[in-house]
Each structure stands twice: as C-alpha cells, then as structure tokens.
Design a protein around this ligand. Structure first.
Ligand SMILES: *Cc1c(COP(=O)(O)O)cnc(C)c1O
Length: 444
C-alpha cells in the first residue's frame, strides 16, 4: 500500500495542524497518514475504521522522554490500549499506568515489564488487587483508607508491595466538569485539607508489608495551562514535608499524573510540553529547597497527549437530510465508537476525503447512526455542500478515549484498529462481528 510520492504535499500547519505529522494530501482529495491512503484503508477494511499512526505514537513518547529525561513517563492505558500499543510504549522506554485487572493482564501478557506498571483506581475490586500482586506491579496507588488493610492482607507474609497515596491537591483544572479530579467533592483521592491524606500515610507507614514510595495526584484532563500543575506541585511538596516532619520519612517519588491537553480542531491550544517540563523542574527544585527536602523522582502519566493525535476515525456517509434550517450528515458510526461529544460536548473537525469537491462549504451537523437524537459526532461544522451518501469522512484526533470507551449500543459492533507506518497498513484489532456479540449471549 505504498503511495507514490510525486504528488505529496506536506500537511504542515493550517487546516491539517491537528492531523498526524505524517499526513499528506494525495490526488483526488485523498489523504495519506503514515504513508497509506485513507481511501484505500476504507476500501480494504471497510468503515467505520480507526487508523493509528505508529510513528506519531512513538514520536510523542520520545518527545516526552526528551522533555523530561529525569522523570518516569507512564502512558495512561485507559486512553487506548491494544497489544501493539503496549509494545510501542515499552520500546520507547515509557512505563504504564493501568486502572483495572483487564488493562494490567493485557499489558503483561503482551510482554510489558510489570515493575514499570502502576495500578490506580478509586474502587479496586479484589480481582484488580489480586492481579496486581500476582503479576508484580511496580506500584499500587492507594485511593481510600479501606484499601490499605485489604492490600496489606493480600500481600501475604513474605511479600512487600510498593504503594503511593493519591492526594487531591485542591486544584480545579480540566476541559470539563466530568474530568476535573483535583479537588474535594469528587470521588478520587484523599485530601490533605481534612487530614485524610495524612491519615492514609500514617496507616501505610504502620503496615510492614507496604512500602510507601511517594505521593500521587492527577488534577484533571484536557488541561492546557501549566500553572495548575505548579500550584498542585507546591501542595504536594508541602505534604511531603509534613510527612517528613511527622514520621521522619523522606518520600523518594512524586507522581503528578497526566491530563495534558491537546488540540482537537485547528486553532485550539494544547498544553506546551516544553513549558510544562521547565515549570515542573524549576518549581520542584525551588519548593524542595525551601522545604529542605531532596528532589524526589518525578513521575508523569500522559494518556490523551500520546494516543489522541495519532488516531483518525474513518466513516462512510449513509444519509444526508435537511430538516428545518439544519443539514444532517449521518455516518455509519457514532456514539458507540465515540461517546465523547455526548459525554463532554467536545468538538471535532471532520473532513471529506477520497474525493475532490469544488462545491461551496456549508454548515452541517455530522451525526451517528444510533437511536438517540443526542448521537452527534460534530455539530455545526463546515463541509462541502455536495457531501452525499457514499462519501468518506475522516475525523482527526481520534486516538484517545474513543475506542476505549466504545460500547455495544445498537449491536453495531466496535470498529477495527489499523496501524499505519512508513507506507504499510496492518490490522491491530479486528472489527467486532455479530458472532462476537452472539457468543456472549449464552441462553435462549
Ligand atoms: C486518566 C488518568 C491519566 C491520563 O489522563 P490524560 O488526560 O489522558 O493524560 C493519568 N493518570 C491518572 C491517574 C488518570 O486517571
């Protein structure tokens, strides 16, 4: 599936700025990602389909490692995980952040070193803790007081498990209320303001089978400013100083979580990784010096910023309808493969691909095929006025929190994932079939 290079024009900035860096324009309105034509992918793998640019994922991992060489960078698996992703992240030297036995088992059985994995979650099932201990994860992040004795009891007399404490540093940040996790009044973490974080630290230090390696926080997601991280960091270092004063224990690690924002549409801002790295480094040095603490090892956990911009969703137009003053363009996917617009009201910038159109642009709303009026993929976007059934639409920045949140609604079946890299395409996850759905339905 290699593409002749003569007519390729680099995507560059402008309207393709949120597409993978490998994106090029091809003749007849087609586009290539990772050197592979999107129209060819649609023909070969059918639609809807998710395209994942391996080079973009790897490059994003490398950029993180280069920006913060002194830190541990963990990829947050919940953004999107499959075995190939596990391997790429491993080969690029990142760790992994998981939140269930499922993510953990997939990663370890795909060859990921368990000591580089951190398990977190506000409500860990016995199965999650059991898998973490059996497989030997590097850290478990304690999110509530009742977990401490449960984990210690599950460790067994011979073992010792490294843990961290999830702290809410009292910082509200993030792209939507549902993804702001840094303050009290939401379900995650333990607060230093009411003393519950300090209590958890004391209880862990009293458990010989647990080794407290540090504090953890994750203030939210889709954050585009550096400042909330620095405010949170000051609180975290302050709490580390309190731990030292109360217990004489200097914690060697500080995990500042993820949440790094990305642009979904041209012109939107993203978190500046260079500025974040510089800010974290400076603030950590100064806060620790002021508190008389040695600088702990920094850990960060980006998910969206690694996977999101590497993905492109491909849909086929099934119907175009004009009702009142609105034009609806309905495609063959929707809220079952991308619930984000419904959940958070996020906006995307879909594009017609695979055909050149000279028609003037008009405002249309791209909707899915599901039986809910709220099944909107992209409200009020500019598309060529002659978009018709059979056309192909591509939605960039589709790599994070889409397929990982996909559902079986309407028994449409979840789309396949196709990796593209240096001119070749490869099926990573096959399409969910009616047989898959039927095989779970075990009684008639
Ligand atoms: C979700 C999550 C992340 C990743 O968040 P992104 O917004 O995808 O970067 C990191 N750490 C924890 C604890 C999380 O819950």
């Amino acid at each position: 599936m290699a593409i002749a290079s003569l007519s390729e024009i680099p995507a560059g900035a402008g309207e393709l700025s949120v597409w993978p860096a490998s994106t090029t324009r091809l003749p007849h309105g087609d586009m290539a990602v990772g050197g592979v034509s999107l129209a060819e992918i649609a023909d070969r793998f059918d639609t809807p389909a998710y395209v994942l640019d391996e080079g973009e994922v790897r490059e994003r991992c490398r950029t993180y490692r280069a920006a913060l060489p002194e830190a541990d960078v963990l990829y947050a698996a919940k953004a999107f995980l499959c075995r190939a992703m596990v391997r790429w992240v491993e080969e690029e030297g990142l760790g992994l952040d998981v939140c269930s036995a499922g993510e953990l088992e997939l990663a370890v059985t795909a060859g990921f070193p368990p000591e580089r994995i951190v398990l977190h979650g506000n409500a860990k099932a016995p199965r999650d803790i059991g898998a973490a201990l059996r497989l030997g994860v590097g850290r478990i992040v304690v999110d509530g007081p009742s977990e401490i004795a449960r984990i210690a009891a599950a460790v067994g007399p011979q073992g010792r498990q490294r843990v961290m404490v999830r702290v809410v540093p009292g910082v509200s940040a993030g792209g939507h209320e549902k993804i702001r996790t840094g303050t009290e009044g939401q379900k995650f973490g333990l607060s230093p303001a009411d003393g519950s974080a300090q209590d958890a630290v004391a209880r862990i230090l009293g458990q010989p089978r647990l080794e407290l390696t540090g504090l953890h926080c994750h203030i939210g997601s889709q954050i585009t400013e550096v400042e909330p991280y620095l405010v949170a960091l000051r609180t975290m270092v302050g709490l580390m100083a309190l731990v030292r004063d109360a217990h004489g224990v200097v914690l060697p690690e500080l995990d500042m979580g993820g949440g790094h924002g990305i642009a979904y549409r041209p012109g939107e801002s993203a978190l500046d990784l260079t500025a974040l790295a510089r800010g974290l480094r400076t603030e950590l040095g100064e806060s620790c010096a002021a508190a008389g603490l040695p600088v702990p090892r920094l850990v960060i956990e980006p998910g969206r910023a690694v996977a999101g911009p590497a993905g492109v969703a491909l849909y086929r137009v099934l119907a175009v309808k004009r009702t009142g003053r609105k034009v609806f363009v309905a495609v063959d996917g929707g809220m079952s493969d991308n619930p984000r617009p419904v959940l958070y009201g996020v906006r995307y910038a879909p594009r017609l691909v695979g055909r050149h159109s000279a028609a003037a642009a008009r405002t249309a709303t791209v909707v899915g095929r599901h039986c809910e009026a709220g099944d909107v993929l992209a409200a009020d976007v500019e598309l060529p006025g002659d978009v018709h059934p059979g056309d192909l639409l591509a939605v960039p920045v589709a790599g994070a929190y889409q397929l990982s949140m996909a559902s079986g609604y309407n028994m449409v079946g979840r789309p396949p994932v196709i990796a593209v890299h240096e001119g070749t395409s490869r099926l990573l996850v096959r399409r969910e079939t009616l047989e898959d759905l039927r095989s779970r339905d075990v009684a008639g």
